[in-house]
Design a protein around this ligand. Structure first.
Ligand code: XUL
Ligand code: CO
Length: 435
Protein backbone atom coordinates (compact mmCIF):
# COMPACT_ATOMS: atom_id res chain seq x y z
CA UNK A 1 0.00 0.00 0.00
CA UNK A 2 1.34 3.43 -0.91
CA UNK A 3 -0.17 6.83 -0.23
CA UNK A 4 2.24 8.63 -2.55
CA UNK A 5 2.33 6.35 -5.62
CA UNK A 6 3.84 8.98 -7.93
CA UNK A 7 6.62 10.13 -5.62
CA UNK A 8 9.89 8.23 -5.27
CA UNK A 9 12.26 8.50 -2.34
CA UNK A 10 13.48 12.11 -2.26
CA UNK A 11 17.13 12.32 -3.33
CA UNK A 12 19.78 15.00 -3.34
CA UNK A 13 20.11 16.38 -6.86
CA UNK A 14 21.98 19.64 -6.21
CA UNK A 15 20.95 23.31 -6.50
CA UNK A 16 20.47 23.23 -10.29
CA UNK A 17 17.76 20.57 -10.42
CA UNK A 18 14.25 21.60 -11.40
CA UNK A 19 12.75 18.44 -9.91
CA UNK A 20 10.39 19.69 -7.18
CA UNK A 21 10.69 16.36 -5.37
CA UNK A 22 14.45 16.49 -4.84
CA UNK A 23 16.74 18.02 -2.25
CA UNK A 24 18.76 20.89 -3.62
CA UNK A 25 20.90 21.40 -0.50
CA UNK A 26 20.29 18.56 1.93
CA UNK A 27 22.64 15.68 1.21
CA UNK A 28 22.24 13.35 4.19
CA UNK A 29 25.63 11.70 3.68
CA UNK A 30 27.67 14.87 3.04
CA UNK A 31 30.27 15.42 5.74
CA UNK A 32 30.28 18.87 7.36
CA UNK A 33 32.78 19.59 10.14
CA UNK A 34 33.62 15.89 10.41
CA UNK A 35 30.01 14.66 10.74
CA UNK A 36 27.32 13.63 8.27
CA UNK A 37 24.60 16.21 7.73
CA UNK A 38 21.95 13.78 8.89
CA UNK A 39 23.79 13.30 12.19
CA UNK A 40 24.15 17.04 12.76
CA UNK A 41 20.49 17.68 12.01
CA UNK A 42 18.70 14.57 13.30
CA UNK A 43 15.48 15.58 11.50
CA UNK A 44 12.16 14.50 13.01
CA UNK A 45 8.67 14.65 11.53
CA UNK A 46 5.80 15.81 13.78
CA UNK A 47 2.82 13.44 13.67
CA UNK A 48 0.26 16.10 14.60
CA UNK A 49 0.88 18.65 11.86
CA UNK A 50 1.58 16.00 9.23
CA UNK A 51 -1.20 13.53 9.93
CA UNK A 52 -4.02 15.27 11.81
CA UNK A 53 -4.04 18.89 10.67
CA UNK A 54 -7.02 19.45 8.36
CA UNK A 55 -6.35 23.03 7.25
CA UNK A 56 -9.42 24.50 8.97
CA UNK A 57 -9.13 27.88 10.68
CA UNK A 58 -11.53 29.95 12.83
CA UNK A 59 -13.11 31.26 9.62
CA UNK A 60 -13.08 28.25 7.36
CA UNK A 61 -13.81 24.57 6.89
CA UNK A 62 -11.18 21.84 6.49
CA UNK A 63 -9.41 21.97 3.11
CA UNK A 64 -6.64 19.39 3.24
CA UNK A 65 -7.06 16.43 0.90
CA UNK A 66 -5.99 13.33 2.82
CA UNK A 67 -6.40 9.82 1.46
CA UNK A 68 -5.98 8.00 4.78
CA UNK A 69 -9.41 8.80 6.22
CA UNK A 70 -11.16 5.45 6.81
CA UNK A 71 -14.67 4.35 7.84
CA UNK A 72 -13.90 4.31 11.56
CA UNK A 73 -11.58 6.34 13.76
CA UNK A 74 -9.49 3.25 14.42
CA UNK A 75 -9.18 2.50 10.70
CA UNK A 76 -8.04 6.07 10.07
CA UNK A 77 -5.50 5.76 12.90
CA UNK A 78 -4.06 2.59 11.36
CA UNK A 79 -3.93 4.10 7.87
CA UNK A 80 -2.14 7.08 9.32
CA UNK A 81 0.65 4.91 10.73
CA UNK A 82 1.18 3.39 7.28
CA UNK A 83 1.18 6.78 5.53
CA UNK A 84 3.34 8.46 8.19
CA UNK A 85 6.17 5.98 7.89
CA UNK A 86 6.00 6.26 4.11
CA UNK A 87 6.47 10.04 4.47
CA UNK A 88 9.40 9.64 6.90
CA UNK A 89 11.06 7.07 4.65
CA UNK A 90 10.56 9.06 1.46
CA UNK A 91 12.08 12.12 3.13
CA UNK A 92 14.90 10.17 4.75
CA UNK A 93 13.96 11.58 8.18
CA UNK A 94 15.29 9.24 10.85
CA UNK A 95 13.16 10.44 13.79
CA UNK A 96 9.57 11.32 14.65
CA UNK A 97 7.55 12.90 17.47
CA UNK A 98 3.92 12.54 18.58
CA UNK A 99 1.30 13.34 21.21
CA UNK A 100 -0.81 10.47 22.54
CA UNK A 101 -4.00 11.88 20.97
CA UNK A 102 -2.36 12.24 17.54
CA UNK A 103 -1.99 8.51 17.04
CA UNK A 104 -5.01 6.89 18.72
CA UNK A 105 -8.74 7.73 19.12
CA UNK A 106 -9.67 8.98 22.61
CA UNK A 107 -12.56 6.47 22.94
CA UNK A 108 -15.29 6.84 25.54
CA UNK A 109 -13.18 6.16 28.63
CA UNK A 110 -9.56 6.51 29.70
CA UNK A 111 -9.29 2.73 29.66
CA UNK A 112 -10.48 2.59 26.07
CA UNK A 113 -8.00 5.33 25.13
CA UNK A 114 -5.17 3.30 26.66
CA UNK A 115 -6.30 0.17 24.77
CA UNK A 116 -6.35 2.12 21.50
CA UNK A 117 -2.89 3.45 22.30
CA UNK A 118 -1.58 -0.06 22.95
CA UNK A 119 -2.94 -1.32 19.64
CA UNK A 120 -1.63 1.59 17.57
CA UNK A 121 1.77 1.75 19.27
CA UNK A 122 2.18 -1.99 18.51
CA UNK A 123 1.80 -1.05 14.84
CA UNK A 124 4.17 1.89 15.23
CA UNK A 125 6.75 -0.38 16.86
CA UNK A 126 6.52 -2.81 13.94
CA UNK A 127 7.04 0.04 11.48
CA UNK A 128 10.00 1.35 13.49
CA UNK A 129 11.60 -2.10 13.38
CA UNK A 130 11.01 -2.41 9.62
CA UNK A 131 12.35 1.05 8.75
CA UNK A 132 14.92 1.85 11.45
CA UNK A 133 13.12 5.15 12.13
CA UNK A 134 13.45 6.19 15.80
CA UNK A 135 11.30 8.03 18.33
CA UNK A 136 12.87 11.42 19.15
CA UNK A 137 10.12 12.18 21.67
CA UNK A 138 6.53 11.63 22.57
CA UNK A 139 4.33 13.66 24.86
CA UNK A 140 0.86 13.71 26.41
CA UNK A 141 -1.65 16.17 25.02
CA UNK A 142 -3.02 17.71 28.21
CA UNK A 143 -4.47 20.83 26.63
CA UNK A 144 -7.02 20.02 23.86
CA UNK A 145 -9.78 18.25 25.78
CA UNK A 146 -12.32 20.45 27.66
CA UNK A 147 -11.29 18.81 30.97
CA UNK A 148 -8.05 20.82 30.75
CA UNK A 149 -9.90 24.13 30.63
CA UNK A 150 -8.15 25.21 33.85
CA UNK A 151 -4.86 23.45 33.22
CA UNK A 152 -3.51 19.93 33.71
CA UNK A 153 -0.77 19.90 36.37
CA UNK A 154 -1.73 23.49 37.29
CA UNK A 155 -5.47 22.72 37.50
CA UNK A 156 -7.66 23.64 40.46
CA UNK A 157 -9.37 20.23 40.15
CA UNK A 158 -7.55 17.28 41.75
CA UNK A 159 -9.35 14.73 39.51
CA UNK A 160 -8.04 16.47 36.43
CA UNK A 161 -4.56 16.34 38.01
CA UNK A 162 -4.90 12.58 38.47
CA UNK A 163 -6.08 12.19 34.86
CA UNK A 164 -3.03 14.13 33.62
CA UNK A 165 -0.75 11.96 35.78
CA UNK A 166 -2.28 8.84 34.19
CA UNK A 167 -1.55 10.22 30.73
CA UNK A 168 2.06 10.94 31.69
CA UNK A 169 2.47 7.42 33.09
CA UNK A 170 1.11 5.95 29.86
CA UNK A 171 3.36 8.30 27.88
CA UNK A 172 6.41 6.99 29.71
CA UNK A 173 5.30 3.37 29.23
CA UNK A 174 5.01 4.08 25.49
CA UNK A 175 8.39 5.85 25.52
CA UNK A 176 9.92 2.73 27.02
CA UNK A 177 8.16 0.44 24.55
CA UNK A 178 9.36 2.50 21.57
CA UNK A 179 12.80 3.41 22.92
CA UNK A 180 12.10 7.17 23.03
CA UNK A 181 15.27 9.24 23.45
CA UNK A 182 13.48 12.25 24.98
CA UNK A 183 10.10 12.96 26.59
CA UNK A 184 8.53 16.43 26.22
CA UNK A 185 6.26 18.46 28.46
CA UNK A 186 4.71 21.47 26.77
CA UNK A 187 2.44 23.24 29.22
CA UNK A 188 -0.23 24.36 26.80
CA UNK A 189 -2.72 25.19 29.55
CA UNK A 190 -0.23 25.48 32.42
CA UNK A 191 -0.74 29.16 33.03
CA UNK A 192 -3.49 31.51 33.98
CA UNK A 193 -6.17 33.79 32.61
CA UNK A 194 -6.28 36.15 35.59
CA UNK A 195 -4.49 36.40 38.94
CA UNK A 196 -7.86 37.23 40.57
CA UNK A 197 -8.57 33.50 41.04
CA UNK A 198 -5.05 32.07 40.73
CA UNK A 199 -2.56 30.89 43.34
CA UNK A 200 0.58 30.99 41.21
CA UNK A 201 2.91 29.45 43.79
CA UNK A 202 0.49 26.57 44.50
CA UNK A 203 0.06 25.83 40.79
CA UNK A 204 3.78 25.82 40.09
CA UNK A 205 4.46 23.59 43.13
CA UNK A 206 1.93 21.12 41.69
CA UNK A 207 3.54 21.22 38.24
CA UNK A 208 6.92 20.42 39.82
CA UNK A 209 5.29 17.60 41.78
CA UNK A 210 4.11 15.98 38.55
CA UNK A 211 7.60 16.28 37.04
CA UNK A 212 9.11 14.62 40.12
CA UNK A 213 6.57 11.81 39.80
CA UNK A 214 7.67 11.39 36.16
CA UNK A 215 11.34 11.16 37.21
CA UNK A 216 10.47 8.61 39.91
CA UNK A 217 8.36 6.51 37.53
CA UNK A 218 11.12 6.57 34.87
CA UNK A 219 13.53 5.24 37.49
CA UNK A 220 11.04 2.59 38.55
CA UNK A 221 10.51 1.20 35.05
CA UNK A 222 14.19 1.50 34.16
CA UNK A 223 13.58 3.93 31.32
CA UNK A 224 14.67 7.51 31.73
CA UNK A 225 14.48 9.51 28.53
CA UNK A 226 15.93 13.02 28.57
CA UNK A 227 13.02 15.08 29.96
CA UNK A 228 12.38 18.34 28.14
CA UNK A 229 10.33 21.42 28.96
CA UNK A 230 9.15 23.49 26.00
CA UNK A 231 8.85 27.20 26.80
CA UNK A 232 6.12 29.35 25.26
CA UNK A 233 4.89 32.71 26.57
CA UNK A 234 1.21 32.61 25.64
CA UNK A 235 -1.38 30.88 23.47
CA UNK A 236 -3.48 29.08 24.45
CA UNK A 237 -3.01 30.36 28.03
CA UNK A 238 -2.82 34.13 28.31
CA UNK A 239 0.23 33.75 30.52
CA UNK A 240 2.10 30.44 30.48
CA UNK A 241 4.43 29.54 33.34
CA UNK A 242 7.17 28.36 30.95
CA UNK A 243 7.33 31.82 29.39
CA UNK A 244 10.79 31.55 27.82
CA UNK A 245 14.11 29.72 28.27
CA UNK A 246 15.30 31.92 31.15
CA UNK A 247 12.00 31.66 33.07
CA UNK A 248 11.90 27.90 32.54
CA UNK A 249 15.51 27.55 33.76
CA UNK A 250 14.57 29.45 36.94
CA UNK A 251 11.73 26.94 37.46
CA UNK A 252 14.03 23.97 36.81
CA UNK A 253 16.62 25.30 39.27
CA UNK A 254 14.11 26.37 41.92
CA UNK A 255 12.62 22.87 42.05
CA UNK A 256 15.99 21.07 41.78
CA UNK A 257 15.22 19.41 38.42
CA UNK A 258 18.54 20.27 36.73
CA UNK A 259 19.85 16.72 36.44
CA UNK A 260 16.75 15.39 34.67
CA UNK A 261 15.30 18.28 32.66
CA UNK A 262 16.57 20.25 29.68
CA UNK A 263 14.80 22.52 27.19
CA UNK A 264 13.02 21.90 23.90
CA UNK A 265 13.13 25.26 22.16
CA UNK A 266 10.86 26.35 19.34
CA UNK A 267 11.58 29.18 16.91
CA UNK A 268 8.05 30.60 16.83
CA UNK A 269 7.75 30.42 20.63
CA UNK A 270 10.95 32.46 20.90
CA UNK A 271 9.59 35.22 18.68
CA UNK A 272 6.29 35.27 20.60
CA UNK A 273 8.35 35.85 23.77
CA UNK A 274 10.11 38.77 22.08
CA UNK A 275 13.35 36.85 21.54
CA UNK A 276 15.25 35.47 18.59
CA UNK A 277 15.59 31.68 18.28
CA UNK A 278 19.35 31.98 18.72
CA UNK A 279 18.84 33.92 21.95
CA UNK A 280 16.77 31.11 23.43
CA UNK A 281 19.34 28.51 22.35
CA UNK A 282 22.18 30.60 23.78
CA UNK A 283 20.34 30.90 27.12
CA UNK A 284 19.85 27.12 27.27
CA UNK A 285 23.45 26.55 26.28
CA UNK A 286 24.76 28.80 29.01
CA UNK A 287 22.95 26.58 31.56
CA UNK A 288 24.08 23.36 29.83
CA UNK A 289 20.41 22.70 29.18
CA UNK A 290 20.01 22.62 25.40
CA UNK A 291 17.86 19.55 24.77
CA UNK A 292 16.17 19.65 21.39
CA UNK A 293 14.67 22.03 18.82
CA UNK A 294 11.24 22.50 17.28
CA UNK A 295 11.95 24.01 13.87
CA UNK A 296 9.45 26.42 12.36
CA UNK A 297 9.02 30.15 11.89
CA UNK A 298 6.39 32.76 12.65
CA UNK A 299 5.09 35.56 10.51
CA UNK A 300 6.53 38.82 11.83
CA UNK A 301 3.32 40.64 10.86
CA UNK A 302 1.16 38.36 13.01
CA UNK A 303 1.18 37.95 16.78
CA UNK A 304 0.35 34.27 17.02
CA UNK A 305 1.94 30.87 16.57
CA UNK A 306 1.71 30.26 12.81
CA UNK A 307 4.09 27.25 12.86
CA UNK A 308 5.27 27.85 9.29
CA UNK A 309 7.90 25.61 7.76
CA UNK A 310 11.29 27.29 8.20
CA UNK A 311 12.58 28.94 5.02
CA UNK A 312 14.58 31.79 6.53
CA UNK A 313 18.25 30.87 6.04
CA UNK A 314 19.58 33.82 8.02
CA UNK A 315 17.68 32.98 11.23
CA UNK A 316 18.29 29.24 10.84
CA UNK A 317 22.03 29.82 10.40
CA UNK A 318 22.30 31.76 13.65
CA UNK A 319 20.30 29.04 15.42
CA UNK A 320 22.52 26.27 14.06
CA UNK A 321 25.65 28.27 14.89
CA UNK A 322 24.56 28.03 18.54
CA UNK A 323 23.97 24.29 18.09
CA UNK A 324 27.52 23.88 16.73
CA UNK A 325 28.84 25.91 19.65
CA UNK A 326 26.97 23.47 21.89
CA UNK A 327 28.84 20.55 20.33
CA UNK A 328 25.64 19.27 18.66
CA UNK A 329 22.03 18.59 19.57
CA UNK A 330 21.96 14.80 20.30
CA UNK A 331 20.14 13.10 21.97
CA UNK A 332 17.78 15.86 20.83
CA UNK A 333 17.07 16.64 17.21
CA UNK A 334 15.37 19.05 14.86
CA UNK A 335 11.64 18.39 14.85
CA UNK A 336 9.53 20.14 12.23
CA UNK A 337 6.78 21.51 14.45
CA UNK A 338 5.48 23.10 11.26
CA UNK A 339 2.29 22.95 9.25
CA UNK A 340 1.47 23.55 5.61
CA UNK A 341 -0.40 26.76 4.82
CA UNK A 342 -4.14 26.48 4.13
CA UNK A 343 -3.53 27.02 0.42
CA UNK A 344 -1.14 24.01 0.29
CA UNK A 345 -3.85 21.39 0.60
CA UNK A 346 -2.57 18.55 -1.59
CA UNK A 347 -0.97 15.39 -0.16
CA UNK A 348 2.24 16.17 -2.04
CA UNK A 349 2.55 19.48 -0.16
CA UNK A 350 3.45 17.48 2.95
CA UNK A 351 6.58 16.33 1.17
CA UNK A 352 7.33 19.65 -0.55
CA UNK A 353 7.05 21.55 2.74
CA UNK A 354 9.44 19.22 4.53
CA UNK A 355 11.88 19.36 1.60
CA UNK A 356 11.81 23.18 1.92
CA UNK A 357 12.51 22.98 5.66
CA UNK A 358 15.25 20.38 5.30
CA UNK A 359 16.95 22.31 2.48
CA UNK A 360 16.78 25.50 4.55
CA UNK A 361 18.43 23.82 7.53
CA UNK A 362 21.04 22.22 5.24
CA UNK A 363 21.99 25.63 3.83
CA UNK A 364 22.04 27.03 7.34
CA UNK A 365 24.27 24.22 8.56
CA UNK A 366 26.79 24.82 5.77
CA UNK A 367 26.84 28.57 6.47
CA UNK A 368 27.16 28.06 10.23
CA UNK A 369 29.97 25.54 9.72
CA UNK A 370 31.85 28.00 7.55
CA UNK A 371 31.42 30.75 10.14
CA UNK A 372 32.87 28.38 12.69
CA UNK A 373 35.72 27.14 10.49
CA UNK A 374 36.78 30.70 9.67
CA UNK A 375 36.47 31.63 13.36
CA UNK A 376 34.69 34.77 12.10
CA UNK A 377 32.55 35.34 15.21
CA UNK A 378 35.16 33.82 17.55
CA UNK A 379 37.74 36.39 16.48
CA UNK A 380 35.23 39.17 16.67
CA UNK A 381 34.38 38.27 20.27
CA UNK A 382 38.00 37.69 21.27
CA UNK A 383 38.85 41.17 20.05
CA UNK A 384 35.79 42.70 21.71
CA UNK A 385 36.65 41.30 25.15
CA UNK A 386 40.44 41.64 24.75
CA UNK A 387 40.67 44.10 27.67
CA UNK A 388 39.89 41.20 30.02
CA UNK A 389 42.84 39.17 28.69
CA UNK A 390 45.58 41.17 30.39
CA UNK A 391 46.29 43.86 32.97
CA UNK A 392 43.40 44.94 35.18
CA UNK A 393 40.84 42.94 33.14
CA UNK A 394 42.68 39.66 33.69
CA UNK A 395 42.82 40.42 37.42
CA UNK A 396 39.04 41.11 37.53
CA UNK A 397 38.17 37.75 35.98
CA UNK A 398 40.70 36.03 38.24
CA UNK A 399 38.64 37.45 41.16
CA UNK A 400 41.69 39.32 42.45
CA UNK A 401 40.06 42.76 42.59
CA UNK A 402 37.51 44.43 44.87
CA UNK A 403 35.62 47.73 44.95
CA UNK A 404 38.47 49.53 46.72
CA UNK A 405 41.30 48.33 44.46
CA UNK A 406 39.18 49.05 41.39
CA UNK A 407 38.43 52.55 42.69
CA UNK A 408 42.18 53.20 42.99
CA UNK A 409 42.60 51.93 39.43
CA UNK A 410 39.70 54.04 38.09
CA UNK A 411 41.00 57.21 39.77
CA UNK A 412 44.30 56.75 37.94
CA UNK A 413 42.68 55.74 34.60
CA UNK A 414 39.53 57.81 34.14
CA UNK A 415 40.15 58.97 30.56
CA UNK A 416 38.67 55.93 28.82
CA UNK A 417 38.73 55.39 25.05
CA UNK A 418 36.17 53.05 23.52
CA UNK A 419 36.41 51.25 20.18
CA UNK A 420 33.71 51.27 17.52
CA UNK A 421 31.97 47.93 16.92
CA UNK A 422 31.73 48.54 13.15
CA UNK A 423 28.62 46.40 13.49
CA UNK A 424 27.20 47.28 10.05
CA UNK A 425 30.38 45.98 8.43
CA UNK A 426 30.13 42.80 10.52
CA UNK A 427 26.52 42.22 9.43
CA UNK A 428 27.44 42.76 5.81
CA UNK A 429 30.28 40.22 6.13
CA UNK A 430 27.81 37.79 7.70
CA UNK A 431 25.75 37.99 4.49
CA UNK A 432 28.84 36.71 2.62
CA UNK A 433 28.45 33.41 4.48
CA UNK A 434 24.84 33.04 3.38
CA UNK A 435 24.94 33.92 -0.29
C1 XUL B 1 2.55 24.15 20.60
C2 XUL B 1 3.70 23.24 20.45
C3 XUL B 1 3.43 21.81 20.76
C4 XUL B 1 4.57 21.11 21.41
C5 XUL B 1 4.25 19.70 21.85
O1 XUL B 1 2.84 25.47 20.28
O2 XUL B 1 4.77 23.64 20.08
O3 XUL B 1 3.09 21.18 19.56
O4 XUL B 1 5.70 21.06 20.60
O5 XUL B 1 3.13 19.63 22.63
CO1 CO C 1 6.58 22.71 19.68
Amino acid sequence: MTYFPDIEKIRYEGPKTDNMFAFRHYDAEEVVLGKKMKDHLRFAIAYWHTMTQDGSDPFGAPVNKRTWIGDTEMETAKNRVEAFFEICEKLGAEFFCFHDVDVAPAGETLEEFFQNLDEITDLIKEKMEQTGIKLLWNTANMFSHPRFNNGAASTNNAEVYAYAAAQVKKGLDISKKLGGENYVFWGGREGYETLLNTDMKFEQDNIARLFKMAIAYGEKIGHKPQFLLEPKPKEPSKHQYDFDAATTMAFIQHYGLEGDFKLNLEANHATLAGHTFEHEIAVARSYNALGSLDANQGDMLLGWDTDEFPTNVFDSTLALYEVLENGGIAPGGINFDSKVRRSSFEMEDLLLAHIAGMDTYARALKAAAKLKEDRFLDELKEKRYASFQEGIGAKIVADEENLETLTDYALAHDQIELESSHIEYVKSRLNDYLF
